[in-house]
Design a protein around this ligand. Structure first.
Ligand SMILES: *Cc1c(COP(=O)(O)O)cnc(C)c1O
Length: 391
């Protein structure tokens, strides 16, 4: 028996039952395509949850990681390396104003670092948004609104006030002179791609500036090209957190802080063994270079518009998003059925609510590939809406 035989049967014997049994065991990927144990091909419109920005097995990442790993793989933060400093410089350059970076390995870790940074203001109150997702470690979880994720682990770090996303009056009432920070996703990803009203971020910026609170954008899902720009936030941040797409599949998180916020964490305040390791930083540099060099930001805008236009159907209500982060609401709670029907037809899509679907394909998705999915879309809906009709 080869290692890849019957993976879905072996999985539940040894894997903690946290994710349920996975839908597929995948063995290979190339660009926006992946193949399963049986050799069936799928167009991957989820990209490891907005992670594989350059798709699978991209030559630029393979080359960067291979070269770095065969030169210097890991050194700890007692030492530094070329890729680490170069990546920090690159991120600060993309942000367009002076700041500093702390590297980690995931989105939740990027947010833990930011959360700890906010405590160094001397204030402890944080305002977060209803519908938010910031990660699963205790600190990030305290800022995540979904009760089902939070409640089994309470008590969590306290003094967090949740306000409805997009409601300026509620925010205005919640932020006071004891508020360390307001944390928000520019577009809420896990909640099903929720966009705030136009001008919301700028108004949040004004309120936070007025009361001396930091403004922290969680761009773990939206950042590094996903929404057609390097950063999706459209107001001046004190803190930006990144992860998912940054490493193109190699784990890396980054906490960026600007102005006075960049000096809040002082020696001994925080740390990491793996964070900022040369291999992960080399991968992220390759991702950024490729997005810039191949004109992917423009391409993301065009692909997103193509997908949004082609998804229109009587069984689809609202379609929303930016670039290649797209959410839609179905007229009936058939999201799980859509995922199953899509998989059957060779497409990977994601349900993020009973009636909500999310697409977050690789930024390299071609026009032909997007069209291939859109051609199949009515059949996916047909199948999904006729499943279990007796119920
Ligand atoms: C996925 C996500 C996180 C958590 O990232 P992990 O790498 O899973 O820890 C945090 N914030 C946002 C906005 C995310 O989408």
């Amino acid at each position: 028996m080869s290692d890849s035989d019957h993976l879905l049967e072996r999985y539940p014997q040894v894997m903690m039952n946290v994710f349920g049994t996975p839908k597929l065991a995948l063995v290979r990927g190339e660009g926006a395509l992946v193949w399963d144990e049986q050799g069936k091909e799928y167009l991957d419109l989820l990209a490891g949850i907005a992670v594989n920005s350059l798709g699978h097995a991209h030559p630029a990442i393979i080359a960067a990681v291979t070269e770095q790993l065969s030169t210097l793989g890991h050194i700890s933060n007692f030492f530094t390396s070329g890729p680490q400093v170069a990546l920090a410089e690159r991120l600060i350059d993309l942000a367009g104003r002076p700041g500093r970076v702390f590297f980690s390995n995931s989105g939740t870790e990027a947010n833990e670092a930011a959360f700890k940074l906010t405590r160094r203001t001397g204030r402890t109150h944080v305002v977060a948004m209803e519908g938010s997702f910031h990660g699963r470690t205790m600190g990030a979880l305290a800022l995540t609104s979904k009760a089902a994720y939070r409640e089994p682990f309470e008590p969590l770090p306290g003094q967090v006030t949740f306000v409805p996303f997009g409601d300026l009056d509620a925010l205005n009432a919640a932020v006071n002179d004891q508020t360390a920070a307001v944390v928000m996703e520019p577009i809420q990803g896990e909640a099903g791609v929720n966009l705030p009203p136009t001008g919301y971020s700028q108004a949040v910026r004004e309120i936070t500036a007025e009361r001396g609170a930091l403004l922290w954008f969680d761009e773990v899902q939206t950042g590094i090209g996903r929404c057609g720009q390097w950063f999706a936030c459209d107001a001046e941040a004190d803190v930006i957190t990144l992860a998912k797409g940054l490493g193109g599949g190699i784990p890396i998180g980054a906490t960026l802080a600007f102005g006075a916020a960049a000096d809040l964490l002082q020696p001994g305040n925080h740390g990491t063994t793996f964070g900022g390791n040369p291999v992960a930083c080399a991968a992220a540099l390759a991702v950024i270079d490729t997005i810039a060099g191949d004109g992917l930001l423009e391409q993301v805008g065009a692909r997103g518009a193509q997908l949004q236009a082609g998804l229109v159907d009587p069984r689809v209500g609202e379609i929303r998003g930016a670039g290649l982060l797209i959410g839609l609401t179905l007229t009936e709670p058939r999201a799980a059925e859509c995922v199953a029907a899509a998989q059957e037809l060779g497409f990977i899509i994601n349900a993020c609510g009973p009636d909500r679907l999310r697409l977050a394909p690789p930024l390299v998705l071609s026009e032909t590939q997007a069209d291939h999915f859109l051609q199949a879309w009515p059949s996916i809906l047909d199948a999904a809406f006729s499943m279990g009709d007796q119920s």
